[in-house]
Structures are given as structure tokens and as C-alpha cells.
Design a protein around this ligand. Structure first.
Ligand SMILES: Cc1cc2nc3c(=O)[nH]c(=O)nc-3n(C[C@H](O)[C@H](O)[C@H](O)COP(=O)(O)OP(=O)(O)OC[C@H]3O[C@@H](n4cnc5c(N)ncnc54)[C@H](O)[C@@H]3O)c2cc1C
Length: 284
């Protein structure tokens, strides 16, 4: 293991205010939450950072609450906390589904939603969920708090609008109407990085809302998590799922890499949509 501890510096704030002051006055400091991503890089010798800000004691960022109609998930909420949360189960069951297939129990006990979002991997399993839930990323620095729509958070491969003096403090999720779905395809259900990961919301139609709302997001098929506006529009306009799956397969442009081929990813993404439609369509 290449973990020469003497080379590393760890700052350990006990309040959010102290953490933000340290980021402002003593930076650059790399935030460290559950360390499940950071430790892999540290161990590989690919982590350039040597100065860290340990967030683990900031209990205020661990809570999962409902404020008015908004589900507020603290950045330090772990997958285990999300699995156990009644508010998550009732309001955002696709997040519970995602949390259950992230890593094994050790990772679920340490890995956080803030770390998954900040790490900005296109394969992060919570990201398609946050994209179709149209969540909001709450960012805080010593002088300011700002809210960025999740779908505007990433600017490119492993790039986001987060500034070095900001922490993600929470994810805010408005009410999600309709049926939610999450599917991950990897070499096995958990403990594997996704080859394709999809979240879908199929909203109700009728009354004042003749066209159903459809929101679809995919991970691991592009440099960032993506929404699929053309496929969503086709389904909202009444296209059959077969036609929509063909639109989807033309809309995504995945790459070949060591985990999978582009052709496989495209085919699987279409099939995930077909499968979701089948289980959520009324029986005629
Ligand atoms: C064996 C194993 C299996 C895994 N399986 C999966 C999987 O199935 N699906 C999946 O999506 N991921 C998986 N991961 C990756 C990882 O567990 C998740 O991405 C996890 O959510 C990271 O959270 P963390 O708190 O450990 O982040 P950390 O490692 O502490 O940090 C990750 C990055 O986010 C930054 N950061 C963390 N918190 C904040 C914050 N509040 N504000 C600003 N920046 C912050 C850090 O500076 C760092 O750049 C796996 C990892 C391992 C080692």
C-alpha cells in the first residue's frame, strides 16, 4: 500500500462553519467524507492531493429530513442511512434501489451521497436518480450558499461547477409524481461498476395533464450522466416503447472501454427502457 501517512495532512473540523473557514483560509484542501473513492486513488498512487479536510464529524450534514414538500438529504448521508430512511423509501424509492446495489455493506456504511455526486464519475449510481428527480445540489462556502439544479451541475468528464472553497451540503429533491424505476447492469448486481445504469420517472397522464411526463437518465454511456430529451419527447408524444427504444439507441453515443463495448451499452440501454415500460404499463 502506498499510504505514506507522514506525507499527508488531515484537518478535522467539528463544525460546518469551521470546515468552511478552513477551506477558505487554508486551502487547497480536498474534502474527505467516507473516503471510499479517495482511498482507492490513494492506494493506487494516483491521488495527487496531500492535504485533506475530514468531513466525517459534521453530523449536521448527515440528516435526511422533509422540509415542506422537499426531501433534503444531507451530503454525508450514507447508503445504509438512505436504505433505512422511511422518507427515502416513500418519496424516492428509486434511490433506495440504487443504494442497495452500491458496493457491499462496508461501502454502504461509509460511502455518502455527497461523495458520489462530488466524485463526478459518469458511472455513479445515484446520479441518474438525481437527474430524473430533478434534484438540486446545495453548495456552501464561507460566504455564500447557492443552489444548482442537478442537471446543470456537471460541465464535463469529472468536472462540475463546484468551486474549491465550496462543500456540497445537501441534495434537495422535489416531490416526484408517477412511477419510478432504477436499473443497473454490471458484471454482477453489487460490488461492480455499472456498464449501464438507468433511472426513469413515468408520470401520470390525464386531466389537466394529457401527455404523460417521462424523464429518463443514463449513466456510463457518456462523459457525464445524461438525460435523454429526444426519447422523453417521443414517449410524451405517445410513441410506442419500441419506437422510443430505437430513438434512445440513436440518441446515446457510448464508448468502448475495458468494462463494455459501445454496441452492448446501446442495446442494453434500449432493453432497460423496454423492460421498465413493460412492468409499468397497464394490463390491457
Ligand atoms: C469496493 C467499492 C465498491 C463501490 N461500488 C460502487 C457502486 O456500486 N456504485 C457507485 O456509484 N459507487 C461505488 N463505489 C464508489 C464510492 O463508494 C461512491 O462513489 C461513494 O458514494 C463515495 O462517497 P465517499 O463519501 O466515500 O466519498 P470520498 O471518497 O470521501 O470522496 C469522493 C470525492 O468527493 C469529494 N467529496 C466528498 N464529499 C464531499 C462534499 N460533501 N462536498 C464536496 N466534495 C466532497 C472528495 O473530495 C472526493 O473528490 C465503490 C467503491 C468501492 C471502493
Amino acid at each position: 500500500m502506498r499510504t505514506a501517512v507522514s506525507r499527508l495532512e488531515l484537518r478535522e473540523p467539528t463544525s460546518l462553519r469551521d470546515a468552511l473557514s478552513m477551506l477558505r483560509d487554508e486551502g487547497p484542501l480536498t474534502p474527505l467524507a467516507g473516503a471510499t473513492d479517495l482511498y482507492v486513488a490513494l492506494n493506487d498512487g494516483t491521488l495527487e492531493a496531500t492535504r485533506f479536510l475530514n468531513l466525517w464529524r459534521l453530523d449536521a450534514l448527515r440528516r435526511i429530513t422533509v422540509s415542506g414538500e422537499t426531501l433534503v438529504i444531507g451530503a454525508l448521508a450514507t447508503y445504509t442511512a438512505m436504505i433505512r430512511s422511511r422518507a427515502v423509501r416513500e418519496r424516492l424509492p428509486m434511490l433506495e434501489s440504487a443504494a442497495r446495489v452500491i458496493g457491499g455493506e462496508q461501502i454502504q456504511n461509509r460511502g455518502t451521497i455527497g461523495g458520489n455526486v462530488a466524485n463526478a464519475s459518469p458511472a455513479g449510481d445515484t446520479l441518474p436518480v438525481l437527474a430524473v428527480a430533478e434534484g438540486v445540489v446545495v453548495l456552501r462556502s464561507a460566504g455564500q450558499e447557492r443552489r444548482v439544479p442537478f442537471n446543470q451541475f456537471y460541465t464535463g468528464y469529472r468536472q462540475s461547477v463546484r468551486r474549491p472553497d465550496e462543500l456540497i451540503t445537501a441534495l434537495e429533491i422535489p416531490p416526484v409524481e408517477g412511477t419510478q424505476g432504477f436499473r443497473k447492469v454490471g458484471t454482477r448486481a453489487a460490488q461492480a461498476i455499472s456498464k449501464v445504469v438507468m433511472a426513469v420517472v413515468r408520470g401520470p397522464a390525464g386531466g389537466m395533464n394529457p401527455a404523460p411526463t417521462v424523464r429518463i437518465a443514463l449513466g456510463s454511456v457518456a462523459p457525464t450522466v445524461i438525460r435523454l430529451p429526444r426519447t422523453e419527447a417521443a414517449l410524451a408524444a405517445g410513441a410506442e416503447v419500441e419506437e422510443a427504444a430505437r430513438v434512445l439507441e440513436g440518441e446515446v453515443d457510448p464508448i468502448d472501454d475495458l468494462r463494455s463495448t459501445a454496441a452492448y451499452r446501446r442495446r442494453v440501454a434500449g432493453n432497460l427502457l423496454r423492460g421498465f415500460w413493460k412492468v409499468t404499463s397497464p394490463v390491457s
